[in-house]
Structure formats: structure tokens, C-alpha cells
Design a protein around this ligand. Structure first.
Ligand SMILES: Cc1ncc(COP(=O)(O)O)c(C=O)c1O
Length: 373
């Protein structure tokens, strides 16, 4: 293979399979179904592999639903805060489960979904915040548009529903699921008998080392026993946690009160969550600022002053052409890239279990240009 040009995303088969083995084990022992939330990871070249382990995909709308139907053998679920009238007919071709956000959406689309033999669910807002810090990831925050509160729930619509759905967690452990389930059952428990399924959304960090999987399994089993219904989980992050890297090169080093390195990858274009969330992505063989001998501020090659990835320390001074490897870069990063400033998109590279690299996709000028006129 010719020399790979940085930056590129590297997705690792062995690390991906490790996560999938864990999820499959949970699926089997809890007796639930686990779906890939495509919003977190949509590298469809891996879908056949992922489908060896998981039951299907979940989508945020028409395009993801179509991608799941086209490339992932399994169930296709879709949830959207508001469906579009002109897209609904096409969506019926792709999705098996439709989750609606509000009684009005259910009322509007139920007849068409039912006539097409689809499963229908309503997203609930259990009004139970278990997250601190990241308000933009809290669907239970005051004023949230996501999900139906008990006040807005219409019990007379139960005859239209096959199941209920909630999604309230983000990178959380099963104790927070337990808290949420308690609130959910307190409010909606009386309506659960007779429903076919409950979807517990995503945000379960199941493949993280400290995640309490036994608790998750017992919570799911408890639900199945109490209500005799099927349980779905739809994690995104947990599927590809620590399974991908962003490989980048140092273009230039300079000094302005501190050592600075300009990389060929950009926080704004290639890892926007670093700025949005914000967070400091893990970088292989580096330390916290001051921990190792040489501390640098790492920034991108765009004109945005705030295109800063973070401050890191190294054993030796960085030099032009050095390779740096950011870790845990498969989730949400690859799906959010953009070409602001005319930045090239990182290539996508696959490393199989034998350690062989293959280029899945390379991007060029046309990928930048074609969105613009
Ligand atoms: C409805 C729904 N399901 C699943 C997910 C996946 O969550 P995560 O990637 O945190 O597991 C999300 C994320 O926002 C979501 O909104």
C-alpha cells in the first residue's frame, strides 16, 4: 500500500469486535435487543461485521434509516423529533419501528404507519435529569423538546402504541439507568402492561471498563419479568468506544509565550466535539501539560483562533513531520467532520485483525466543492 497521507481515521477491527463481544453477551444474558445508533457511527463498510453481533440499527431520520436498510441486515428503527410529511412515505420503505416524539406526531402518522404494518412507539420524557455539566446532552432539562411528559401523555392513544421509548443518558453507568427507570415506572408504570416493547435509548457506556453490566442485565430482566415485554437498547458510543484513532502530522512548531504545534488536523473540522462539548481528546504517548519534559499547545491549520485541540506534554520536542495519534476518535467524530476553510476530510482506513491496513475511502477537492454550489 502506498504511504498513507495524514490526517486519517483508523478504525481497528480487533477493538471493534471486543466491544461487540461485550454487547452480544449483554444482549444474550439480558434477553434484550441491541441496536447501533448510527448518529454516533455510520461507517457502513463495517455494518456487515457489526450485524454479526447486534440486532439492527436506529436512525434519526430518512437518510440514516435508508443507510441502515441498505447495508445492515437487521431491524431498522427510526425516531425523529418531527417527521416531514413529504418524506414519510419513503421512510415507510426503510424502517420497521417508528418512534414519535409527541401525541400530535403519533396522531398525524399512525394510520399510515399502521397500514404499512409498522411498529409504533412514543418517546417519553421521564423528567429525570441524571447528568451534570453537559446541559446540551440532557433531554430532561427544563424546556426540552424531546419526548412526551406525563402531563402531555394521552392514555387514549395507547391503542395505537406497540411500545414506549426514552433516551436520557449520555456516557453514563447503569446506576443512572436505574434512577431513570424508577422515575419512568413511577409515572408510566400503569400504562406498560400490554405494550410489546420498551426502548431504553442510548447513552449506556456498556463497553467502558468500569460499567456495571450485571446491574444493566438485572434491570432489563426485571422489566421483562414485570411487564412481559421486549427491551431494546440503542447505544452509539459503546459500540465503537476506543476503537478508532485520528492519525495526524505536525506541520510546524513555533513559540509565542509557550511552545505551539500546528497539526494537519483541525479541531473545528475533524473533531468538532472537542470544541462543542468541550473535551480534551486522549493522545497516545503524551501527558498532561507539564507532566513530561516538553509541553505544547496543539492547534489546527484553519484560520479560527480557537481551533485548539488542547495542551499536551511529550518526552522530547516535537518536530515537523512527527506523527501524533488521537485516541477514541470513531464515535461522533467521523460523522461530524466538515470542510470549513477548505480543509480536506480525513481518509478512512481499516485495520483488520491481522494488522493489515486498507483505505476504505479517500476524499478530495470534489467533496469540498460539491456542497457549495
Ligand atoms: C434517541 C437516541 N438514541 C440513541 C442515541 C445514542 O446515544 P449514545 O451514542 O450516547 O449511546 C442518541 C444520542 O443522542 C439518541 O438521541
Amino acid at each position: 500500500m502506498e504511504q498513507l497521507r495524514t490526517p486519517y481515521f483508523l478504525v481497528d477491527e480487533a477493538l471493534l469486535r471486543r466491544n461487540l463481544e461485550i454487547l452480544k453477551d449483554v444482549q444474550e444474558r439480558a434477553g434484550c435487543k441491541i441496536l447501533l445508533a448510527q448518529k454516533a457511527f455510520s461507517m457502513f463498510a463495517c455494518y456487515p461485521l457489526i450485524s454479526e453481533y447486534l440486532s439492527g440499527t436506529t436512525a434519526s431520520g430518512l437518510y440514516e434509516a435508508r443507510l441502515g436498510r441498505e447495508h445492515f441486515p437487521g431491524e431498522v428503527h427510526v425516531y425523529s423529533p418531527a417527521y416531514r410529511e413529504e418524506e414519510f412515505g419513503e421512510l415507510l420503505q426503510y424502517a420497521d419501528h417508528f418512534v414519535f416524539n409527541s401525541p400530535r406526531q403519533l396522531e398525524k402518522y399512525a394510520a399510515r404507519a399502521r397500514a404499512a404494518g409498522k411498529q409504533m412507539g412514543l418517546r417519553i420524557n421521564p423528567e429525570c435529569s441524571t447528568q451534570e455539566g453537559h446541559a446540551i446532552y440532557d433531554p430532561c432539562a427544563p424546556g426540552s423538546r424531546l419526548g412526551t411528559t406525563l402531563e402531555n401523555f394521552r392514555p387514549e392513544q395507547l391503542c395505537l402504541l406497540d411500545g414506549l421509548h426514552f433516551h436520557t443518558l449520555c456516557e453514563q453507568n447503569s446506576d443512572d439507568l436505574e434512577t431513570t427507570l424508577r422515575a419512568f415506572e413511577e409515572k408510566f408504570g400503569p400504562y406498560l402492561k400490554g405494550l410489546k416493547w420498551l426502548n431504553l435509548g442510548g447513552g449506556h457506556h456498556i463497553t467502558r471498563a468500569d460499567y456495571d453490566r450485571e446491574k444493566l442485565i438485572s434491570l432489563v430482566k426485571g422489566l421483562r419479568e414485570r411487564y412481559g415485554m421486549e427491551v431494546y437498547l440503542e447505544p452509539g458510543e459503546a459500540v465503537v468506544l476506543n476503537a478508532g484513532f485520528l492519525v495526524t502530522s505536525v506541520l510546524e512548531t513555533l513559540h509565542n509565550g509557550m511552545d505551539i504545534a500546528i497539526l494537519d488536523t483541525s479541531a473545528a473540522c475533524h473533531m468538532p466535539d472537542v470544541l462543542e462539548m468541550p473535551y480534551r481528546p486522549p493522545l497516545k504517548d503524551s501527558g498532561q501539560p507539564g507532566e513530561k519534559a516538553c509541553t505544547y499547545r496543539l492547534g489546527g491549520p484553519t484560520c479560527l483562533a480557537g481551533d485548539i485541540i488542547g495542551d499536551y506534554s511529550f518526552d522530547r520536542p516535537l518536530q515537523e513531520g512527527d506523527t501524533l495519534v488521537f485516541e477514541d476518535m470513531a464515535l461522533y467524530t467521523m460523522v461530524k467532520t466538515n470542510t470549513f476553510n477548505g480543509m480536506p476530510l480525513p481518509a478512512i482506513v481499516w485495520r483488520n485483525t491481522a494488522g493489515e491496513l486498507s483505505v476504505v475511502r479517500q476524499f478530495g477537492y470534489q467533496d469540498f466543492k460539491e456542497r457549495l454550489s
